[in-house]
Ligand binder design. Structure first.
Ligand code: NDP
Length: 499
């Protein structure tokens, strides 16, 4: 057997005994000078960092993005040119559950990707759904509060969820997806991913296009019913971690077909829906998905904490050839994701090995907690502009101006917005059995919410499709027959719901 290395303190001093504390006599007490013991206990106390406020429970792996299609006329991004192979890391997650939550829960799945491109890191921080519950970031903290624990009971609250959703018709599209089969996937190999937001592409000629990114599972879709999931959770709380880790460990590398939908810049003024509204998709018939390559996950992390928990994804990370859009939710997330990581991991989180770009990095940010990255080899150039050959801007990377118009105001995003047509298109895609499961899932998720909230929500379903509202009402009656404690809508609650 090879010689074993000598164990050391974190300062590198060799350790003589890692079994017995230093004590005054065999029975103790212990001596304060046993720094080795103190260091060990102090480190243990610091083994946790704040969990993510949302998307706390996650699973991830390393992989590669291979581009085969040619979209060079739309974007100059090197990562998207034909033949490009880019190393990457993916982290999937549930949204509401805490770090120890069970995996097999009905919830949206986060689908966060970091591509280490030669022009900097490009992050796509999407979900397994193409849309979201809210369209204005001012409502994001309110929405998340409804998904988390009630301040008094410390339990999750169906009343809060359905109260908020029934008062926010823009949530109908995402609620319908969440309550459909795809709301409870068996694992993350069998889900699609969507960049969700509208981004922009910029080509060599300086032309702008709007773009949406899609990642279509090549493993097929698989989901559980609520009953199946309850059995799974009774057996294991880690079903997704087990599935992803085991598949990759045994060489069954999951793959996703990568697609983009592309919209010419000026089309954005013509579509009947706002193409920057995160509660809307772009219908495939209008903007057909274009295949551009395959994403494959093929290597498990060696250290979950260092490579998955400390991975920090932010939609603010774009590269030349890919830009933002006026999507208000994207604008909000550009701030809040990077800010969340500064809080969770520290000021210099992007210098951590898992987040560090694999291309040269030249910035003038300076000190702060955990400033551990290498010194600037040119120490005189620590401000800009300078006369000491420090890094400078490159005007060739300037984006073309974006035409915007309108007065600064707080515009009512619900006024004149059609929140029903797209959920209706989805509802019409479901076969009868899928519809029945949708109704039953909604009825179950409503629990014992007040009858007026239930009716207010059913009225929204009516506007999507009369069969939708009627189906949920029937499913609720079935549940009430089983549990008479759940109150039924009365004439009064129906009247209240109309107000
Ligand atoms: P299409 O028939 O061309 O596309 C339908 C899409 O719906 C497909 O991408 C399909 O995904 C997806 N889908 C099927 N079942 C479900 C489900 N239970 N939950 C979520 N998505 C599902 O129609 P349109 O493009 O006109 O869109 C119609 C509706 O489909 C939209 O209103 C939207 O609700 C939904 N949808 C649309 C997407 C888009 O980008 N246009 C993307 C995803 C959903 P798959 O190909 O993997 O089977």
């Amino acid at each position: 057997m090879a010689d074993k290395p000598t164990m050391t303190t974190s300062a590198g001093a060799p350790i003589a005994d890692n079994q017995n504390s230093l004590s005054a006599g065999p029975r103790g007490p212990l001596l304060l000078q046993d720094y080795q013991l103190i260091e060990k206990l102090a480190h243990q106390n610091r083994e946790r960092i704040p969990e993510r406020v949302v998307h706390a429970k996650g699973w991830g792996a390393h992989g590669v993005l291979r581009i085969t299609g040619d979209i060079s006329k739309f974007t100059k991004a090197k990562v998207l040119q034909p033949g490009a192979e880019t190393p990457m890391i993916a982290r999937f997650s549930t949204v509401a559950g805490e770090l120890g939550a069970a995996d097999a829960e009905r919830d949206v799945r986060g689908f966060a990707l970091k591509f280490y491109t030669p022009e900097g890191n490009w992050d796509l921080v999407g979900n397994n759904t193409p849309v979201f519950f809210v369209r204005d970031p001012l409502k994001f903290p309110d929405f998340i509060h409804t998904q988390k624990r009630h301040p008094r009971t410390n339990l999750r609250s169906p009343t809060a969820m359905w109260d908020f959703w029934s008062l926010s018709p823009e949530s109908l599209h995402q609620v319908t997806i969440l309550m459909s089969d795809r709301g409870l996937p068996t694992d993350v190999r069998h889900i699609n991913g969507y960049g969700s937001h509208t981004y922009s592409f910029l080509n060599e000629a300086g032309e702008r296009f709007w773009v949406k990114f899609h990642f279509k599972t090549m493993q097929g879709h698989r989901h559980w019913t609520n009953e199946e999931a309850a059995n799974v959770v009774g057996r294991t709380r880690e079903s997704t971690q087990e599935d992803l880790f085991e598949a990759i460990e045994t060489g069954h590398f999951p793959q996703w077909k990568v697609q983009v939908q592309i919209m010419p810049e000026l089309d954005a003024e013509k579509t009947p829906y706002n193409p920057f509204d995160l509660t809307k998709v772009w219908p495939h018939a209008d903007y057909p998905p274009i295949d551009i390559g395959v994403m494959e996950l093929n290597r498990n992390a060696d250290n979950y904490f260092a490579e998955i928990e400390q991975a920090a994804f932010s939609p603010s990370n774009i590269v030349p050839g890919i830009g933002f859009s006026p999507d208000k939710m994207l604008q909000g997330r550009i701030f809040s994701y990077a800010d969340a990581h500064r809080y969770r991991l520290g000021t210099h989180y992007e210098a951590l090995p898992i987040n560090a770009p694999k291309c040269p990095v030249h910035h003038y940010h300076k000190d702060g907690a955990m400033r551990f990255f290498p010194n600037n080899p040119n120490p005189a150039a620590y401000y800009e502009p300078n006369s000491f050959n420090g890094p400078v801007q490159d005007e060739r990377l300037r984006e073309p101006p974006l035409r915007i118009s309108g007065d600064a105001d707080r515009y009512d995003h619900r006024e004149g917005n059609d929140d029903f047509s797209q959920p209706r298109a989805l509802f019409n895609l479901f076969d009868d059995a899928q519809k029945q499961r949708l109704f039953a899932n909604i009825a179950a998720a409503m629990g014992d919410i007040p009858a007026e909230i239930e009716e207010r929500q059913c009225k929204l379903f009516d506007q999507v499709h009369p069969d939708y509202g009627a189906g949920v009402r029937v499913a609720r009656t079935t549940i009430r027959n089983r549990n008479p404690a759940i109150s039924a809508p009365t004439d009064q609650t129906l009247a209240d719901a109309s107000n």
